[in-house]
Design a protein around this ligand. Structure first.
Ligand SMILES: CC(C)(COP(=O)(O)OP(=O)(O)OC[C@H]1O[C@@H](n2cnc3c(N)ncnc32)[C@H](O)[C@@H]1OP(=O)(O)O)[C@@H](O)C(=O)NCCC(=O)NCCS
Length: 126
C-alpha cells in the first residue's frame, strides 16, 4: 500500500507537498489514519481520501488525491461523500487545501475559515 500511495501522490501532483521520499513517514501516515476511502481502476489505486477522525465532532481530511489522468470525473466528490457517510451528524470535514485546489473546495460546498492556524513541529510554544 505504501508504494501505491506514493505513486498516487505523485500522479495527483501532490509529491511536492507530501513527504514522498520519507517512507517511514508515509507508512506512519497510512497506519495511523482511521478513515481511508480509496478509488481503484481494477487493481490500480487512482484516488484516496485519507482522514483522522473521532467520528463525532471533527474529521481532518489530510489527503484528497486523484490521479491526474482520472480527475474531473467525479471521483474526488465520491471519495468525500463516502467519507462523510461514515461520520456522525455533528461531524465536520476540515482540511487545508493545496493552492491549486482552493476553488475546487469552494465549488463543492466547503466554507472557508480564515481562523485556521498551524504550528510546525520544530516551532516551540512561546
Ligand atoms: C482536488 C481533486 C482531489 C479533485 O478531484 P476530482 O476527481 O478531479 O474532482 P471531481 O471530479 O469530483 O470534481 C467535482 C467538480 O469540481 C470541478 N473541479 C475539479 N478540479 C477543480 C479545480 N482544481 N478547481 C475548480 N474546480 C475543479 C470539476 O470540474 C467538477 O465540477 P462539476 O461537478 O461541475 O462537473 C484533484 O484535482 C486532485 O487530486 N488534485 C491534486 C491534489 C490536491 O490538490 N488535493 C487537494 C488538497 S489535499
Amino acid at each position: 500500500m505504501t508504494d501505491q500511495f506514493i505513486g498516487l501522490l505523485r500522479a495527483a501532483t501532490l509529491a511536492d507537498r507530501r513527504p514522498v521520499d520519507d517512507r517511514a513517514c508515509i507508512e506512519g501516515m497510512l497506519s495511523n489514519s482511521n478513515l481511508i476511502v480509496t478509488a481503484r481502476d481494477s487493481e490500480k489505486l487512482v484516488g484516496m481520501a485519507r482522514s483522522m477522525t473521532d467520528f463525532h465532532f471533527a474529521c481532518y481530511l489530510s489527503d484528497l488525491a486523484v490521479d491526474e489522468k482520472y480527475q474531473k470525473r467525479g471521483i474526488g466528490k465520491k471519495l468525500q461523500e463516502l467519507t462523510q457517510q461514515q461520520l456522525g451528524p455533528k461531524c465536520k470535514l476540515i482540511l487545508v487545501t493545496a493552492p491549486n485546489a482552493n476553488d475546487y473546495f469552494k465549488q463543492v460546498g466547503y466554507r472557508h475559515n480564515p481562523r485556521c492556524w498551524w504550528l510546525e513541529r520544530d516551532q516551540r510554544i512561546r
